[in-house]
Ligand binder design. Structure first.
Ligand code: SF4
Length: 493
């Protein structure tokens, strides 16, 4: 194996840059983090009014390039921004002469653009995991992925659809004002000294039930904060030993410097882009920048979560409000003007397992609504006693809630985010982010109306359409199966 082949995808991102260029990239990254997280500094940059004290502060946190090298930010901000977006979307070929002229004048901008291009082409390992050997689960997860793409639009294509979320504590001690999952107060955590074997057995059961390749797709937290479990890192090391998977970490306690150092230490073997740090205040940002050099955080994303930050938060959980997508009567002729907000921050299509409260939820992302305030649908819930009955309880959930075809005795309805519109040719389904067209009057028309009414079972609908409307039963079955496989049918029974 060549040296290049031995690298992981994150290392490969930097392979085409010299050491000197990487040194400049990490400084730029830090400079942009200041702009992103520190409003006063952001305004100073926009107005070309950076004070000597701010300049000194930059130097003290390792940003040592001369500020005129980034003058594109106040002299040609629009063009520089357009350039960065184009590079991030891999559309360098669409840049016009005016933008190229700016890029030529600023080597740092060009370097940052090359870096963004690499970031966007970094392959997402989640795209290619094989299906689980458990056929019912594999089919269910495929339907959930299709439904999420339909419902959440562009955002739906970026979701990893992890299979498991293991919570190692019950509740959360941080209490972020924006928590989309409205995490409850911390009640307790899983003690590594006494519960290590139990944890390992639960993980092993998941591997046995669904396959080792599925266990790679897991989060060791969900509606919980990794930092709340003092042995978090020991648990994820055990997980790696059992499954070979290095799990991700996202934490809102980035100001516990020694904890972040331990995490960086664990992940540097990749390298991996973990831990991701949710930065709750400028003070926290300062603390992180003071403690770590730009190079130490080369792979690490700092996600600014300050109250005054302009990025729109998903309005779920603690800040729930009904978000309008396409569901209303918005004018579809002007779809490109429709600005559909991000509908969810959920990212698991599978099992949420709280190892402290011993509860399991079968869930998958959806558009946040009053009905689904956390941005995910819950398809099933269960409680287990210990590692001994865990597999049976999960197996029962599979039998109860995962089908290969729509069950004959359950109501046949469309997903609850959709709006049904009969048309001349058949019908349309409007989701919060897009419109789907079903054009076959003969099958789609009456079938769509009966499913949209939501009052009949699969067996009743089939009986009615075959007997009263004379629809070919084979064609009908295929049409219903297609709607089911494509994730349009409601599966919350
Ligand atoms: S966002 Fe995360 S850290 Fe913050 S309250 Fe919710 S679960 Fe806890």
């Amino acid at each position: 194996m060549s040296e290049y082949e031995k690298m992981n995808e994150y290392e490969k991102m930097y392979e085409s840059f010299t050491e000197n260029e990487i040194d400049r990239i990490v400084q730029l990254k830090r400079f942009f983090e200041r702009i992103d997280g520190d409003k006063a500094f952001r305004e100073a940059v926009i107005n070309n009014a950076i004070t000597p004290a701010q300049e000194e502060r930059l130097r003290s946190i390792g940003v040592t390039f001369d500020l005129p090298e980034v003058a594109f930010l106040w002299e040609a901000a629009d063009k520089a921004y357009a350039y960065m977006i184009a590079m991030l979307k891999n559309r360098a070929d669409q840049l016009d002469a005016e933008i190229l002229e700016i890029v030529d004048r600023y080597p740092l901008l060009k370097l940052w653009g090359r870096h963004l291009e690499k970031v966007c082409s970094c392959p997402c390992k989640y795209d290619s995991i094989p299906d689980s050997h458990n056929k019912k689960f594999a089919a269910w997860r495929k339907r959930r992925i299709a439904a999420v793409k339909s419902e959440l639009g562009a955002f739906g294509y970026q979701i990893s659809h992890a299979v498991f979320a293991f919570e190692l504590s019950d509740g959360c001690s941080v209490g972020c004002w924006f928590c989309s999952f409205a995490a409850k107060k911390l009640k307790g955590f899983l003690d590594y000294n006494t519960r290590r074997d139990y944890f390992r057995r639960i993980v092993q059961h998941c591997v046995d039930l669904f396959g080792k390749d599925q266990a790679v797709m897991a989060l060791p937290y969900y509606c919980s904060e990794p930092h709340d479990n003092p042995s978090y890192i020991d648990f994820i090391k055990d997980y790696e030993e059992l499954t070979g998977a290095v799990l991700c970490t996202s934490t809102a306690v980035g100001d516990d410097i020694s904890w972040v150092r331990q995490l960086l230490d664990y992940y540097k073997k990749g390298p991996y882009p973990w831990p991701r740090l949710s930065v709750l205040s400028v003070e926290m940002l300062d603390k992180i920048h003071d403690a770590f050099s730009p190079r130490e955080l080369q792979y690490i994303q700092l996600l600014m979560q300050m109250k005054e930050h302009p990025r729109q938060k998903v309005a779920g959980g603690r800040i729930l409000k009904e978000i309008e997508g396409l569901r209303g009567e918005q004018d579809l002729k002007n779809r490109e003007e429709l600005n559909v907000p991000q509908g969810s921050i959920a990212c698991v299509s599978g099992f949420r397992i709280n190892l402290v409260s011993k509860t399991i939820e079968l869930f998958s992302p959806c558009f946040t609504s009053k009905k689904w305030p956390y941005g995910y649908r819950v398809f099933d819930e269960a409680v287990y006693n210990d590692e001994h009955d865990f597999p049976e309880v999960v197996q029962a959930m599979i039998e109860r809630s995962m089908f290969l075809s729509p069950p004959l005795d359950k109501p046949l309805r469309f997903r609850d985010d959709t709006v049904f519109r009969p048309t001349e040719e058949g019908f349309d389904l409007l989701t919060p982010s897009q419109r789907h067209y079903f054009k076959s009057r003969e099958t789609c028309g009456p079938l769509g109306e009966l499913i949209a009414a939501g009052e009949s079972t699969y067996a009743q609908i089939t009986g009615q359409l075959v007997k009263k409307n004379g629809v070919n039963p084979i064609v009908l079955r295929a049409a219903i199966q297609k709607l089911f496989d494509d994730g349009f049918i409601d599966e919350v029974y």
